[in-house]
Design a protein. Structure first.
Length: 276
């Protein structure tokens, strides 16, 4: 979407959002197109575009998370940690880890006898996360790895838990990412997927759309100087599979006993699955 008109047209936006919830099957240069926000792009281009987004906002990423969610993202992450069942001695893989919020939580939980591997495909975000963990005195049980979740350069079956928090909607091929994460789990291991999702009530959905499109991009411009990146982030949430569709994709990728928990009325959902 090139940009909203000067006046916020909620009905028009909601109609467009419904039409674009799932990627359309169109062809660009012989390949099926994927989405970058509300735009259709060649799959080969999406990773580069997403990388540019996070390169631009890396140094103010955590501040914007606090402002956009009024700090509630910390409670979402605490809930994800609690549901992960991670304990001392476990090995955890945190993919698309960004600035390391979940990595820090896992590192403290697994202790000196455990290990956390923190990965991100974006060098700026990975370095931001590394610095934040060092500043917190965390790092002796953390390994940092520049890697794409769709092709993890790790030995399969080596982790008790694989987590991706607010990163799945940014990958180019979600099924491939899910399959890659499943391969990393030992038998009985658990995947934890924390992601923005779809509100379960009509009134909340309308209010959320109004806040997202009217407040977040201008806020991004004021705080980071980059409105376009935060418009992409808002649009990417609308394109992400809803709770039931993502559950089905997880099952198709090899996960069993898949379940989800709606947080804040479905604005965020926590999906869990196992590999036996």
């Amino acid at each position: 979407m090139a940009g909203l008109p000067g006046r916020f047209d909620q009905r028009g936006l909601r109609a467009q959002t419904r039409r674009l919830t799932r990627p359309r099957t169109i062809s660009i240069m012989g390949e099926k197109a994927t989405h970058f926000g509300f735009s259709e792009v060649d799959p080969a281009d999406k990773a580069e575009r997403v990388g540019q987004v996070f390169e631009s906002v890396a140094d103010r990423y955590d501040l914007m998370n606090d402002l956009m969610s009024l700090g509630v993202h910390r409670l979402w992450k605490d809930f994800a940690l609690a549901r992960s069942s991670v304990r001392a001695g476990h090995r955890v893989l945190d993919v698309a880890a960004g600035s390391g919020d979940m990595t820090a939580r896992f590192a403290q939980r697994v202790g000196d006898t455990g290990q956390v591997v923190m990965t991100d495909v974006n060098p700026a975000m990975l370095e931001q996360g590394r610095k934040r963990l060092i500043d917190k005195g965390i790092g002796s049980n953390v390994e940092f790895l520049l890697a794409d979740v769709e092709a993890l350069p790790l030995i399969p079956g080596g982790f008790d838990c694989v987590c991706i928090a607010f990163g799945l909607r940014n990958v180019t091929r979600i099924p491939k990412a899910l399959q890659s994460m499943a391969q990393m789990l030992r038998p009985g291991g658990r995947v934890v997927i924390l992601e923005f999702s779809h509100p379960v009530s009509e009134w909340l959905s309308r209010a959320y759309d109004l806040f997202s499109f009217s407040v977040i991009p201008p806020l991004g411009r004021m705080v980071t100087g980059d409105e376009a990146s935060y418009r992409y982030l808002v649009e990417s949430i609308r394109r992400h599979p809803d709770q039931n569709r993502l559950s089905q994709m997880m099952r198709e990728s090899g996960f069993e006993d898949v379940s989800y928990h709606n947080l804040n009325g479905g604005i965020v959902a926590l999906h869990l699955g196992f590999r036996y």
